[in-house]
Ligand binder design. Structure first.
Ligand SMILES: NC(=O)N[C@@H](CC(=O)O)C(=O)O
Ligand SMILES: [Zn+2]
Ligand SMILES: [Zn+2]
Length: 351
């Protein structure tokens, strides 16, 4: 047996990508996009705007607005996604992918999450689109929760895996699928069992909190996102999978900013804003689990390989040391409260 190695105090890795982020639009886009562009070389940008990004022209226009919101000299590539509806046209999807506008399509079950009212009501409606995607190797990104109100909210992901994802894998045997923001042991298990064509993103919050965080001393809107945090045993299963070195599991923050008034409300919006300190949050998790040697694959290699995209050039460096998370980021006339606001993290990005 070799002696355990002392964990490093400084870590230089290939530039990472964020495979799931909400950059929003307008004043919020201007407020949050620089944070993502500072940490990541590329990001998969979610299309759940109002109205949603459902065609090539809308995605190209949104991409231009994102680039215009970045500071001069930023080296960042937004990868655009197409919001699937029951009416999505397979030819439009094919064209968007061929023209390099769409990197993937996003499946929101109708009413499953923020701005998903125009989502898909049944997989049968999008079968021709899925056939087209399968033929060209275009990934399908899924918010994996059933919307049946009879299903307990904490069970909606596990039931989705059983009722929707399992038949989908069988019916489209060559379709590349990413199960986004996994939160359960059931999701982790199916991802680990299908390493070739099923991938998963994991958020910082689902590695760090369980459902107790929603009720710690009172109702905590800034710990609320969808899929909602689960029991501790699920957090541990997801964390084991993410730090295991599995090549089909990768970084996707699901950073989802909402102005503070929309979170701290009688009906608070779902979404956790983590873009300011995303890499530091993940590095802390891998460090705690003695898995820093697997961090680069999770952050900078697995996603690109799964999507069939080149790895980034260049590096980023993280250092052990105190990083204070701000209480608030200004956004237009309001502000966004970051995940772990006011707390101190143990790693910081230094270059
Ligand atoms: N994750 C969330 O809680 N919210 C996301 C939507 C999503 O990713 O489901 C949002 O757009 O606010
Ligand atoms: Zn989602
Ligand atoms: Zn999301």
């Amino acid at each position: 047996m070799t002696a355990p190695q002392t964990p490093p105090d400084r870590l230089t890795i290939r530039r990472p990508d964020d495979w799931h982020v909400h950059l929003r639009d307008g004043a919020m886009l201007a407020a949050v996009a620089p944070a993502t562009a500072r940490q990541f070389a590329r990001a998969i940008v979610m299309p759940n705007l109002v109205p949603p990004v459902t065609d090539v022209a809308a995605a190209a226009a949104y991409r231009s607005r994102i680039l215009a919101a970045l500071p001069g000299g930023a080296d960042f590539t937004p990868l655009m996604t197409c919001y699937l509806t029951d009416a999505t046209d397979a030819d439009e999807v094919r064209r968007g992918y061929a023209e390099g506008v769409f990197a993937a399509c996003k499946l929101y079950p109708a009413h499953a999450t923020t701005n998903s009212a125009h989502g898909v009501t049944s997989i049968a409606h999008i079968a021709p689109v899925l056939e087209a995607m399968q033929a060209v190797g275009m990934p399908l990104l899924i918010h994996g929760e059933v919307t049946d109100p009879a299903i307990d909210i904490f069970d909606r992901e596990a039931v989705f895996v059983e009722r929707v994802l399992t038949p989908l894998l069988a019916d489209f045997p060559a379709l590349k699928i990413v199960l986004e923001h996994i939160t359960t042991q059931e999701a982790a298990a199916i991802v680990l069992a299908n390493p070739e064509r099923l991938g998963a993103t994991v958020t910082p919050q689902h590695l760090l909190i369980n459902r107790n965080a929603l009720f710690a001393g009172g109702l905590r809107p800034h710990a609320y996102c969808l899929p909602v945090a689960k029991r501790e045993r699920h957090r541990i299963a997801v964390r084991r999978a993410a730090t295991s070195g599995a090549r089909n599991i990768f970084l996707g923050t699901d950073s989802a900013p909402h102005v503070v008034e929309a979170k701290q409300s009688g009906c608070g919006c779902a979404g956790i804003f983590s873009a300011l300190t995303a890499l530091e949050l993940y590095a802390g998790v891998f460090d705690e689990d003695g898995a820093l040697d697997r961090f680069e694959a999770f952050a900078s290699e697995n996603g690109a390989r799964f999507y069939g995209l080149p790895l980034n050039a260049g590096t980023v460096t993280l250092e052990r040391g105190a990083l204070a998370v701000p209480e608030m980021l200004a956004a237009g006339d309001s502000g966004v409260v970051p995940f772990r606001a006011g707390e101190t993290l143990g790693w910081r990005m230094v270059g």
